[in-house]
Design a protein around this ligand. Structure first.
Ligand code: ADP
Ligand code: MG
Length: 774
């Protein structure tokens, strides 16, 4: 029976002893391993056959010990797969509750259900030591007397509590009769709660109150507070029970917890061991231990997250060949004769990165991040030229028809000038036209196809698709991207994913760890930063005045209304009301006002959009359909109604619709008076900066990564401890470490990487391999 094979450990004895040395235990063959713990919670495995010589035990400490007997393996389950109902101290009834309420089923689930905060009951404070800044404090003293004060909802029970250093009040607003019945005059209690100061007297409202037992001592560890439901509490699964269950679980699990990180990393980053970390995340011996445990577990979590992404990326590179795009004659022609403006440094750098990818003979999988207006379209076009130059076809997929149209119209002049065939395929393409397009794609006559989801259909086949560019990628699902791969059965197309939603670096690393990332972090020269202001609804007249003035100067204006599914009817009313009032304020024939929303048919949308793009309408009242990618350089004012209802990244996207020409552009955020503090932060951030990455960082702080697009499918929701908004430094370290290790030892066969190999094997291939195709 090996150490590892034991499926369960039985706690045979837990006897305390002092100055007595270690007791010897029964059959030494069966019970040759012990776990020994000190009274302060420090635990370590100890091998009795090593003898006491050189043992870490000191007579001044008190120890308890467990001896362990192996149990037969049950149905090949490992200890961590043990279902909770079989766990001592839990049992079937509690297990069922934990299943239902917290979705905890196995030992692994429970042991990884970490506290969300901790209370410090490791010491008693005297009343004279109390400070209002303390989040909570534990005080030991006697109840002298009590009385009720106030009437109605303000009626409260006030008990006078003293410990010789001072007097404080314990206050109850609820359950007065019950409390009163249970208080003992001059009884000694431990009170715990948040101290509040009023007229230099402290009080605790609704304290936790325990009668002092003779051996009352402060807790050895911080008290964990778990996220529990009311139902659990009603059925007596409270934090105390959880802490007790965790203690017993950790004791049992101790020998099964193996180090999951190689010694080199533990040394390098001075991490605590896995066991100490697991113990101290639940039952921290001190705040310092807690910090260490958190740091270690966050590192581990991010390390494995990155290891998985990077090794998938390496796999992908090996497995998937890509066409080699060597010829550049079209490209040279375009650069020489047709390039409409000098490329920015960032555009050139990104193009070099792309070109390099296309020469390796492996498939490119690259994410191109660039703020709105940074000029991704031209980069996409030049990349397409590279493909066509080498006998391949290219496609550009956009999430909406409006965008696809816009790309088509934007690329058409270039394509014409280059003598290239450019087509467009969307949901509204007529059947007859479709047939032709399908044939032209199959014969290779069509060089570039721009389109929407319609491109994904199986009937769309290419002669040789060499490049697939996906714009605004977060609107497409992983499965859809996989479909594009299959459009070239011989060699999968190179993939370039473009997004204008700047993702903070930390998040990008995690979300798209398997993609290479290129960033356009420079706007074309001569762009003036958009001036952003925040105005309350009552300043509307002033805002209208400003719009008039800008229109006089020949500019155009967007007015955007929120449209949120649940309140759709209401939102449409806002939109149409808004449209009417703007028409009244900007009457015909002097002014032309257009309207654009998602419920309009493709033809009307196109009509309105075209009129605005041509300058025939001066004001476009719209919903967020204009959010993505729309490009009308002459539009220089963006008014956002009910700006409080938009998320930060959405506001930034919308603002990006202006500031595309040479003129000074403006963004006006209109809101109600009542604003939450988060909303104020959003608006202030918008007013302060135009930098998409800075905005994305604030957004991440406000919302957390869970809300950001794409995180559902990324495995990011698996992160239990690490917070991408705060743990960027840990992520970077974890990623670099994972990268180094995989470079040196891609198959993790070196002995020093055994802990990684074992952990990866243990976690197994159960998780779906989503990242392959993202
Ligand atoms: P996005 O990155 O948001 O897709 P676009 O590609 O639509 O941005 O570019 C925005 C505008 O900037 C377009 O009108 C485009 O012609 C222009 N533009 C792009 N690159 C440059 C450049 N290097 N110099 C000047 N204007 C540029
Ligand atoms: Mg764009």
């Amino acid at each position: 029976m090996t150490w590892r094979n034991m499926s369960c450990w039985l706690r045979c004895a837990a006897s305390r002893f002092k100055n007595r040395g270690l007791p010897s235990v029964g059959n030494p063959k069966m019970l040759n391993k012990w776990i020994v713990g000190r009274d302060d919670g420090f635990i370590q495995p100890w091998f009795s056959n090593r003898g006491t010589c050189g043992s870490p035990f000191r007579p001044e400490n008190r120890y308890f010990y467990f001896t362990i007997a192996p149990l037969p393996m049950t149905e090949r389950t490992t200890f961590f797969e043990t279902r909770l109902e079989y766990l001592k101290g839990i049992g079937p009834q509690r297990a069922e509750l934990l299943n239902k309420e917290l979705h905890l089923f196995t030992v692994a689930d429970l042991i990884q259900y970490f506290p969300y905060r901790y209370e410090d009951r490791t010491r008693f404070y005297t009343i004279s030591e109390l400070m209002e800044s303390m989040p909570s404090a534990q005080v030991r003293g006697r109840i002298r007397d009590w009385h009720t004060e106030g009437e109605g909802p303000k009626k409260r029970l006030v008990a006078s509590f003293t410990d010789g250093t001072g007097t404080m009040d314990l206050v109850w607003f609820q359950g007065l009769t019950w409390v009163e019945k249970n208080l003992r005059r001059d009884g000694e209690y431990v009170a715990f709660g948040k101290p509040q100061e009023f007229q230099s007297k402290f009080s605790i409202v609704h304290p936790e109150l325990d009668a002092v037992r003779a051996d009352a001592e402060p807790d050895a560890s911080l008290t964990p507070v778990y996220n529990l439901t009311d139902k659990l509490r009603k059925r007596f699964i409270d934090n105390k029970v959880m802490a007790k269950a965790m203690r017993s679980l950790l004791e049992n699990a101790w020998p099964h917890i193996h180090e999951t990180l190689p010694a080199s990393l533990i040394d390098k980053f001075r991490l605590v061991g896995k066991r100490e970390a697991m113990w101290n995340i639940h039952l921290p011996q001190s705040t310092a231990w807690l910090r260490q445990a958190e740091r270690r577990l966050k590192f581990e979590e991010l390390f494995y997250n990155q290891l998985r992404l990077i090794s998938n990326k390496l796999l992908q590179k090996e497995e998937h060949p890509g066409q080699i795009f060597q010829k550049t004659s079209l490209l040279t022609h375009f650069y020489k004769h047709l390039l409409p403006f000098p490329l920015t440094g960032a555009q050139q750098r990104v193009l070099r990165e792309i070109h390099k990818d296309c020469l390796t003979g492996r498939q490119m999988n690259r994410l191109l991040q660039g703020d709105v207006g940074s000029g991704k379209t031209i980069v996409a076009f030049i990349t397409m030229l590279l493909a066509i130059d080498n006998g391949a076809q290219a496609c550009l997929m956009a999430p909406t028809e409006i965008l696809a149209d816009q790309h088509y119209n934007g690329l058409k002049p270039y394509a014409d000038a280059m003598g290239l065939n450019l087509g467009i395929l969307t949901g509204s393409t007529k059947t007859k036209r479709r047939k032709v397009l399908h044939e032209e794609l199959q014969s290779g006559q069509m060089h570039i196809i721009v389109g929407t989801h319609a491109l994904l259909e199986d009937v769309v086949q290419f002669r040789n698709l060499g490049l697939c560019i996906i714009d605004e990628q977060h609107r497409f699902g992983v499965a859809q991207r996989a479909k594009m791969w299959a459009k070239n059965p011989v060699v999968p197309p190179h993939i370039l994913v473009m997004t204008a939603t700047p993702i903070p670096r930390t998040l990008a690393m995690t979300l798209y760890g398997n993609l290479d990332i290129s960033i356009i972090d420079e706007l074309p020269a001569g762009r003036k930063p958009i001036k952003t202001v925040h105005k309350y609804d009552k300043h509307r007249a002033e805002v209208f005045g400003f719009m008039r003035q800008q229109i006089e100067l020949g500019r155009q204006v967007y007015v955007v209304y929120p449209l949120i599914e649940e309140s759709e009817t209401l939102d449409y009313k806002d939109l149409t009301d808004g449209h009417e009032s703007i028409q009244r304020a900007f009457p015909q024939p002097k002014y032309q006002v257009g309207i654009l929303h998602g419920k309009m048919d493709a033809f009307s949308k196109d009509y309105e959009m075209t009129r605005f793009a041509k300058g025939e309408t001066q004001i476009l009242v719209a919903t967020t359909v204009i959010e993505v990618g729309v490009n009308v350089p002459n539009a220089s004012v963006m008014v956002i109604e009910s700006a409080e209802r938009f998320g930060l990244s959405q506001l930034h996207q919308l603002r990006g619709r202006v500031g595309r020409g040479a003129e000074q552009s403006y963004c006006v955020l209109m809101t109600d008076y009542k604003l939450s503090s988060d909303t104020k932060t959003r608006l202030e951030t918008m007013v302060r900066t135009n930098n998409g990455f800075e905005i994305a960082d604030v957004d991440l702080q406000l919302r957390g990564p869970g809300d950001l697009a794409g995180t559902q499918q990324s495995g990011l929701t698996d992160l239990r401890l690490a917070d991408l908004a705060k743990d960027g430094a840990v992520l970077t370290a974890a990623r670099e470490s994972a990268q180094l290790i995989l470079e040196e030892d891609p198959n993790l066969v070196l002995p020093e990487n055994a802990p990684i190999r074992n952990h990866v094997d243990a976690v197994g291939r159960t998780k779906s391999d989503w990242s392959r195709i993202s």
